[in-house]
Design a binder for this molecule. Structure first.
Ligand SMILES: [Zn+2]
Length: 419
């Protein structure tokens, strides 16, 4: 009898879910990949996916209707370079490494969850975490979201960052030991790089993150190629922190999927990236955030040197036509601002570099989805795609700052916020 009741409940639940169609009336729907806009659309959402989208759809009986006829809909936003669990101490003389010593992985995981929830509410429906995740803590943040315990964006993870000896820590006294291995794997030969890639994949990562040039020594072409070969054979992409110079030559020649930062890339290097279809995730930090970060323990040049270089490199990359995905790298906290607010502050840099709004939106949606290998499921609004969408009162293709006024967010068909 108990089993019959259980079966009946199961059948009724399945039927209820199948019947819960949502019909969204949208004033305008933007298609960032095509750069086009369609007016007065109806979008039918079923089981977390877009079932139909057209101007003349009949709304099925019993469908839940959401009226966004005064709004502009867009695919959900993506950020290809986040560090969900990490907050860097700003001001004073706290070393870059202080978060290793003062914060447990559990605390870091909770911060990651808080940031993930803030990002989703702000309209970021997919993010790519590129390491510094407290010994794989982001894998657990993702697991809790996937298990339905919390709402959150789709998260791709990188686990531990693979780097030449020392990770991104410089001048740590030998008696302190290699404590950076909490977040980094030291890998100093092609074989060690292969082993590190395998370790990360074993622990569940989607993307392999290397730091190529944070030290006076940097990765060789052979080491980059080992990472790419090992990762690509396992269906993973490779993202590499590199600023420029010979290390960037090796990274580009080695055939990685994306260069992160690339602040000092030359036109020749950008042209080669374009030819090879390598993405630039420029993490184009606004001056105000550079000032707060300082030189990040020697990782960054001084803000007055770096800020103009970032704008110039972004302008050149756009002019040359390198594929770009939006990525921010925000790791600071500012009173009365969420991490999403700080990420949207990067838009000012893109505007200053002269990038048109439709192109910026493309870098934040379809381009990022392509880099993240999720474009078959996310990044555009079409039948069969996940119902990840946002809405706002003005057209983001005309003014990208409209993204600051997002008032509707749907994630996998679930309404996260609405006007
Ligand atoms: Zn970063």
């Amino acid at each position: 009898m108990k089993r019959v009741v259980a079966l009946l409940i199961l059948v009724l639940t399945v039927r209820a879910v199948a019947q819960s169609t949502i019909a969204i009336r949208a004033g305008g729907v933007v298609d960032p990949a095509k750069g086009s806009v369609a007016r007065n659309q109806v979008i039918l959402v079923e089981n977390g996916k877009i079932k139909e989208i057209a101007s003349n759809l009949r709304v099925p009986d019993g469908a839940v209707t959401i009226d966004l006829s005064n709004e502009w809909l867009s695919p959900g936003l993506m950020d290809a370079h986040v560090h969900l669990t990490l907050t860097e101490v700003t001001g004073g003389n706290a070393p870059f490494e202080s978060f290793y010593l003062k914060e447990s992985s559990a605390y870091r995981g909770l911060r990651g969850l808080r940031n993930a929830q803030d990002l989703l509410r702000a309209g970021f429906t997919s993010v790519r975490e590129v390491g510094n995740d407290a010994g794989y803590a982001t894998e657990d943040v993702r697991r809790a979201i996937q298990a339905g315990m919390f709402d959150g964006p789709t998260i791709l993870t990188a686990g531990k960052i693979i780097a030449p000896f020392g990770g991104q820590s410089t001048a740590i006294p030998p008696e302190q030991g290699p404590f950076w291995r909490y977040e980094y794997i030291d890998a100093d030969t092609p074989d060690e790089v292969r082993k590190a890639v395998r370790q990360n994949i074993y622990y569940g990562v989607d993307v392999i993150k290397l730091v190529a040039d944070n030290s006076p020594f940097h990765y060789s072409l052979e080491e980059i190629k080992a990472a790419v070969d090992e990762a690509h054979h396992a269906g993973r992409t490779v993202a590499v922190h590199v600023f420029g110079g010979e290390a960037a030559d090796n990274v580009i020649e080695g055939g990685v999927d994306s260069l992160e930062h690339g602040f000092f890339l030359t036109d020749e290097q950008l042209q080669k990236m374009k030819r090879k279809g390598i993405f630039l995730v420029g993490t184009d930090v606004p001056r105000a955030q550079l000032d707060l970060e300082g030189t990040s323990g020697g990782i960054f040049p001084p803000p007055e040197v770096l800020a103009p270089k970032i704008i110039d490199r972004l302008r050149r990359a756009y002019r040359i036509g390198v594929k770009m995905a939006f990525g921010t790298d925000t790791v600071i906290e500012v009173p009365n601002k969420t991490r999403a607010d700080l990420m949207l502050d990067y838009l000012a840099v893109w505007r200053e570099a002269g990038i048109p709004a439709p192109e910026i939106l493309k870098c934040m949606t379809s381009n990022a989805a392509e880099l993240m290998h999720i474009s078959q499921q996310r990044g555009s609004l079409a039948p069969g795609m996940a119902a990840d969408m946002i809405a706002m009162r003005s057209n983001p293709m005309e003014d990208i700052e409209a993204l600051r006024r997002i008032n509707f967010v749907m994630k996998d068909g679930k309404v996260i916020r609405r006007p």
